[in-house]
Design a binder for this molecule. Structure first.
Ligand code: ZN
Length: 289
């Protein structure tokens, strides 16, 4: 799947898909979501939420950027059995789409959760080495600081702290050690067409990616929204959000700013068709595909 925004192209490379997430979005019951006809592409017939794990490749006239590097292969993730010790053909799929790892100049992580940083590294001879050896890896400064102190916030559950530590060890520290990481601000301009936008709440330093070219615009969400049902209910935060109230505030702010505009919104976990435009709908919002 591919979109054009002026001179910029965005290509989706899927690693995996799954259904569910009830434990993290308990408000989104089948009864609550099936009443929205426009949501049907993003639901099973039974009203279970559908999700995708994918990377988005941004090509500008001068840059090749990969946004969020999925779960990765061979990473121990016992807490999430569907992502534990994966063996996928993600790098083959990336190459088949015309993108060799060596050809990227930039890796962008919207935040440092396991399903967004996995292919930052790969296992070679028992060592985690950078998958994109010629890229600068851009990480928002406060997001890095939060994990660097092992997410030591007392409010975080133990499993989340353990997961953060594992992610740091196999997906972040090896690229830091290789000298490939630049810590950047939450409104950093990557190039003329691409910049970060602060969208905090899901994690402390979460960012989304804004693309502007020749009068056209797009926003890559990251995880400030996980599923389009949160357009109908911006107040539905994930139970695992770092600051659920802030994440709800972020959604309302972004949605109200984009509603009725031609900005293409590309969802980081939205299954087919993955992108659309936001419209106001009955006191909240919907996605027009
Ligand atoms: Zn995610």
């Amino acid at each position: 799947m591919r979109w054009r925004i002026g001179d910029v192209t965005v290509t989706r490379i899927v690693e995996s898909t799954f259904e569910g997430l009830e434990a993290f979005l308990p408000d989104a019951t089948p009864k609550a979501v099936l009443k929205y006809g426009w949501l049907r592409p993003f639901l099973t017939d039974e009203g279970v939420l559908k999700f995708s794990i994918h990377a988005l490749v941004i090509e500008t006239p001068s840059r090749r950027i990969i946004v969020d590097t999925c779960v990765g292969n061979e990473k121990p993730r016992e807490v999430f059995p569907i992502w534990h010790m994966l063996q996928t053909g993600f790098l083959d799929d990336l190459a088949k789409a015309g993108f060799e790892p060596e050809s990227f100049d930039t890796v962008l992580c919207t935040h440092l959760h396991l399903d967004h940083v996995g292919w930052n590294t790969m296992l070679v001879g028992g060592q985690w080495v950078p998958t994109f050896p010629n890229a600068r890896y851009l990480i928002e400064r406060s997001e890095f600081a939060f994990l660097d102190t092992e997410g030591a916030d007392a409010g975080q559950e133990q499993w989340a702290r353990d997961m953060n530590a594992a992610v740091m060890a196999d997906s972040i520290r090896p690229v830091v050690a290789a000298g490939l990481v630049d810590l950047v601000s939450s409104d950093h301009a990557v190039c003329d067409e691409v910049r970060l936008v602060p969208t905090p709440g899901h994690t402390p330093g979460h960012v989304s990616i804004r693309i502007d070219s020749r009068g056209e615009s797009a926003l890559i969400t990251g995880d400030f929204i996980h599923h389009p049902c949160q357009l109908a209910h911006p107040e539905w935060s994930l139970t695992s959000d770092f600051d659920p109230a802030r994440s709800a505030q972020t959604r309302e702010g972004v949605f109200s700013g984009l509603a009725g505009t031609p900005t293409l919104v590309i969802g980081t976990h939205w299954p087919d068709p993955t992108a659309g435009r936001i419209a106001r709908d009955a006191g909240a919002y919907r996605l027009d595909i």
